[in-house]
Design a protein around this ligand. Structure first.
Ligand SMILES: C[S@@+](CC[C@H](N)C(=O)[O-])C[C@H]1O[C@@H](n2cnc3c(N)ncnc32)[C@H](O)[C@@H]1O
Length: 298
């Protein structure tokens, strides 16, 4: 893991106004004009196991132009439910930094890691705003960003993290670096990918404090007309690592590729996949007796 600082970002910005992620140009803004720092006032936090955000959320610097990024409503809900101000939140596949922006707004200390140095520049760009809420005792949290591999979080101590919120590649569906970056798990075939996810699960277990939560968003795919349940197979890696499952939340998908004209499924005999899973795992306390049916599959 190599720490990339705000100063590194400022130096990078002098010669780079954009980065290329999976063939898509992502602009580095440098400075931001922000209208709102939170969801619209009438937004109520989620209360059921089905989440749907037709309006994906565009407060602060959330602009959604990083391929496969998640709606900021996801980290916001998980952070507010499972952590407190001043806690340490980790996103070890941070992409464009959605989780860290929410950490900054919600006063959680945050660590963001990504295998792709350009992703970390996007994250630092999204964090490059001033937040000074009038009313409160707000204290700017500590936010650290690293280029590194989620399978080996060498700079993070055992049991030092209060909450993990992360969003891995869905195996090979979006090839983030198109084989350019060694260690990018979106380069792997399904079996290798699941082995990588097991290492990520083990590392998540190591760094998380006991009795704390790890939330991940993960989806499925089809191949040759078969449904490939990537999500459940990833869930299995986390259970095998020792986690227990607290929640399986169905997240409805809007604006999927198929809505933009590239989906040919209507000519076939299967349905368009329009949901993903948010699994919330808990690391059991030492000596806790967990019910057999809620942990490791056998
Ligand atoms: C689905 S994206 C995350 C998007 C993020 N939630 C956001 O809102 O922008 C997955 C990220 O995992 C990163 N990644 C792939 N392999 C990795 C690895 N071995 N370690 C850390 N990050 C990795 C990719 O570079 C990509 O940015």
């Amino acid at each position: 893991m190599k720490e990339i600082t705000h100063e590194d970002y400022i130096t990078f910005l002098k010669n780079n106004k954009e980065v290329l992620i999976e063939g898509h140009r992502v602009k580095l803004h440098g400075s931001w004009k922000i209208g709102r720092y939170a969801p619209k006032q009438d937004y109520m936090l989620e209360g059921t196991t089905v989440w749907s955000f037709p309006d994906r959320g565009d407060w602060a610097t959330h602009i959604g132009d990083y391929r496969g990024n998640f709606s900021p409503f996801i980290p916001r809900n998980l952070i507010l439910k499972y952590s407190n101000k001043g806690d340490w939140v980790l996103d070890q596949m941070v992409g464009s930094g959605t989780t860290l922006v929410e950490c900054k707004l919600l006063q959680r200390n945050g660590i963001g890691v990504d295998i792709n140095p350009d992703a970390i520049m996007v994250t630092l760009d999204r964090l490059n705003f001033t937040y000074n809420p009038l009313n409160s005792d707000y204290k700017e949290p500590i936010l650290r960003t690293y280029v590194g591999d989620a399978r080996k979080l060498s700079e993070i101590k055992d049991e030092s993290i209060d909450l993990i919120v992360t969003h891995p590649p869905y195996a090979y569906i979006i090839p983030y670096s198109k084989k350019r970056i060694e260690g990018d798990i979106s380069n792997l075939n399904l079996i290798e990918y699941l082995r990588a996810m097991r290492k990520i699960a083990d590392e998540s277990y190591r760094v998380l404090k006991e009795n704390k939560y790890c939330g991940i968003l993960i989806g499925d795919t089809r191949k040759q007309r078969h449904f490939i349940p990537i999500a459940f197979r990833v869930m299995q890696q986390f259970l095998d690592a020792g986690f227990v499952l607290k929640e399986d939340i169905i997240k409805l998908q809007h604006n999927v590729m198929s809505d933009r004209g590239r989906w040919r499924g209507r000519y076939y005999d299967f349905y368009k996949i329009m949901h993903e899973h948010i699994f919330v795992f808990r690391k059991p306390a030492k000596n806790e007796k967990t019910p057999k049916h809620s942990c490791k599959w056998w």
